[in-house]
Design a protein around this ligand. Structure first.
Ligand code: NAD
Ligand code: UGA
Length: 358
């Protein structure tokens, strides 16, 4: 625990990353204000004496004063609020910009006003189409890599563009107004309680790990978008939270006014390879070992018109390694751990009760 930080405000602390961060920060002794429209994923810690949960929608102007007061009394703000699912980028592009840029700027302004340090969540998607699959091992560097977006009509890029502009404005406020900031660019974190589980494909389109996990458990097809040829580096949520802890502690100010990638470069795979590995693990771990079919699908057919994918993205993580960070989970261990959580949770729920099966 950092001696200079007592109270932390976690905006979006009810989400996937936020819920894991909230639990870790409570375990580390911090006092927390969590702001979210949902507390479903932090139900287990809601009664904690060092946690105050505020069910506030940051869109609503009547909540502006409450948010500003929370920022005012905090030593640090971590802002995770965003629409973060590719399905939303093409289905509701204007809402994505409104929340991910304009509504988040209100929190940035509160931090300037209160002189509170801000850790702003951005995304690895700001690198856009920089990486490619054809043998070029470009490692993305926070301070020197270019940020390359596709055409305006390919609306997938609206999310990355909004996040990029938010980053640039945070940077500019640092220069002009003295805002104390760190920007975080996560690379495909996965783990328990990521997104949501669907029982059938017409219930939504969670991000890939939750989508494949749903298919395995509820026996519907695993859809390989564009043949599953694109690549990602996946990061176990606990490794990500370890890195975030270092950024929060900010020893010697090493992360002050820095952009920081968080990702596990060694955990690279094609999406087809990811699906195959999940199938291997599921076959070994699940009670019945049955596997659903895999089906190839065109990206625009699956997500809607305007979808375009990132081919490949490898994080440069020198800024974390220099502070002693090393990921604990390789790709198989990441998946085994995350899948075990779902198998235990959902297989138990779905198992017939002894009374019924007698
Ligand atoms: P998430 O959707 O689980 O979390 C976002 C949270 O924001 C949710 O709990 C949601 O209820 C809350 N929220 C949304 N609208 C709100 C509003 N109007 N008022 C108050 N709260 C609201 O997503 P996540 O995966 O935890 O991502 C967190 C952040 O990290 C996002 O900014 C996302 O862009 C970024 N990010 C995540 C990943 C990843 O690997 N998960 C990768 C890149 C970037
Ligand atoms: C997402 C979102 O843009 C952000 O939340 C975030 O910035 C980023 O993840 C991240 O986690 O770092 P993306 O990696 O494209 O971007 O999201 P996924 O839905 O997890 O898709 C990964 C890959 O799997 C894509 O190639 C996608 O087309 C593919 N996919 C996805 C499938 O083949 N099948 C599916 O059912 C779902």
């Amino acid at each position: 625990m950092s001696a200079s930080i007592g109270r932390i405000a976690v905006f979006g602390g009810g989400g996937f990353i936020g819920s894991h961060l909230t639990r870790r920060l409570l375990a580390n002794g911090y006092h927390l204000d969590v702001v979210d429209i949902s507390s479903e994923k932090i139900g287990d810690v809601l009664g904690h004496d060092r946690l105050q949960f505020h069910e506030l929608d940051i869109y609503e102007p009547e909540n502006d004063a409450a948010c500003a007061a929370i920022v005012e009394r905090s030593d640090l703000v971590v802002d995770l609020i965003a629409y973060a699912n590719p399905e939303q980028y093409v289905a509701m592009p204007l809402e994505v910009v409104d929340l991910n840029l304009f509504q988040n700027l209100k929190i940035v302004e509160d931090c300037i006003e209160a002189e509170t340090r801000l850790i702003q969540f951005s995304t690895c998607e700001v690198y856009g189409m920089l990486g490619n699959r054809t043998g070029d091992d470009t490692v993305f560097d926070e301070d020197t890599s270019n940020l390359i977006m596709g055409p305006v009509g390919n609306q997938r890029w609206i999310y990355a563009t909004a996040k990029q502009l938010l980053e640039r404005m945070v940077y500019a406020h640092g220069e002009r107004d003295g805002l104390d900031w760190t920007i975080v660019r996560p690379f495909n974190f996965i783990g328990p309680e990521m997104d949501y589980i669907i029982e059938s494909p017409d219930e939504g389109t969670p991000r890939v790990f939750a989508s494949f996990m749903s298919a395995l458990m509820y026996d519907h097809p695993m859809f390989l978008v564009d043949g599953g040829k694109n690549m990602r580096t996946f990061t176990h949520i606990e490794d990500a939270i370890d890195a975030l802890e270092l950024i929060i502690e900010n020893e010697g100010g090493r992360y002050t006014r820095e952009v920081v990638n968080i990702g596990t470069p060694g955990n690279e795979t094609t999406i087809r390879g990811f699906a195959d590995l999940m199938r291997d693990i599921y076959r070994e771990e699940s009670p019945d070992g049955r596997l659903p079919p895999m089906r190839e699908v065109d990206g625009e057919e699956y997500y809607g018109e305007g979808y375009e994918d990132c081919d490949r993205r490898i994080p440069g993580v020198d800024k974390l390694r220099e502070a002693g960070w090393t990921p604990r989970y390789d790709l198989r261990a990441t998946l085994e751990n995350a899948m075990r959580y779902y198998i235990d949770k959902y297989e138990l729920e779905r198992a017939p009760s002894p009374a019924l099966s007698d």
